[in-house]
Design a protein around this ligand. Sequence first.
Ligand SMILES: Cc1ncc(COP(=O)(O)O)c(C=O)c1O
Length: 400
Amino acid sequence: MPENNAWWVEQTERCVAATYNRYPIALVKGEGCRVWDADGKEYIDCAAGIAVCSLGHAYPPLVEALSNQASRLLHVSNLYHIPEQSKLACLLVEHSFADRVFFCNSGAEANEGAIKLVRRYHLEKGNPERFQIITMEQSFHGRTWATIAATAQEKVKKGFEPLPGGFLHVPFGDVEALKRAMGPQTAAVMIEPIQGEGGVVLPPESYLKEVEDLCRREGVLLVLDEVQTGMGRTGALFAYQHEGIVPHVLTLAKGLGGGVPIGAVLFSEEVACGLPAGSHASTFGGNYLACAAGMVVVETLLSPGFLEGVNSKGQLLIKLLKKVAENIGLISEVRGRGLMVGVEFQEDLSPQVVAALMDEGVLTVPAGSRVVRFLPPLVISEDELQEAVKRFEKAVKRLG
Ligand SMILES: Cc1ncc(COP(=O)(O)O)c(C=O)c1O
């Protein structure tokens, strides 16, 4: 059998759990911001593995660091000190609000760690009645049992009830609703600085600052889920840095390893009693390979001019997409920050647009039924963005 797209689709459907609705292509090679499928078709990658491959594909310094590390030591467990882990933790601490980092393997696992930290913190401080975590409507925090309870989307919870208790949801962007929901039982507010899966929803001006003030006044912890917005995606190393706020806890994953699975919980010394010795662990968390990847990613993002480049390319992308929106009546809004950009359609068109754009040779990601997300590698060039938007216009025109 030729190992083409059709053959791989058949193999997947035969043996892999049917949890994903997959597009009928199998990607077999990547270089820079291009990927190729098993039929040899080339795509401009404006999905980056859903905001993961921040340095594109086969980025030479990342390939070199991974192959060097693989030939030395991959894994020994957290029974011992892991120099690569210490280096990455120190780098993240140096460039954020945090004093400590717990490493894990994914966004959901990072959020699980944050949830445990919050609960234990209040217990250690003599306030066991504070157990409730408030999250936002249309949020997304992961697919584990506790994180689907935290996620305020019915489609994610459906079929898995009864879920762990202690989560309450309020509308995103509404400080008054948050105030009303807070009480003596409130332990934390957990929030994405920009909602990703919810449709690239930006908070109203000064909302996050008001949330921070409210949390500090009420003795409530502020947990930022930066699994999607973190690691340069919005044009700052972390999205909270745009807002002039300081969280107690912040979670990362996706872009941190540039494609190698890694997650992290960053937190201040003030709340470190929430994760005391023996309270939490993860076999693979912070292993050599993942942390070697993380070092390359963070050092690249911090290199002179890199984040400025993300900002200017993001502005260009939004400008180009807005021009398309003016030419075509189907689009209601183009919004985003840095290279996290959403195009909202007036109707439920996102699955068709993503599929039509794939035909044109561009990968994007839907967020719900109306929003198409552009989350390209942060190293994408202006020429590639222009070409991607040209093909986007052609794809949407075809649908219109
Ligand atoms: C904001 C946010 N939190 C958590 C997650 C879950 O991350 P993972 O799929 O790595 O568990 C995601 C994934 O899309 C996310 O966007």
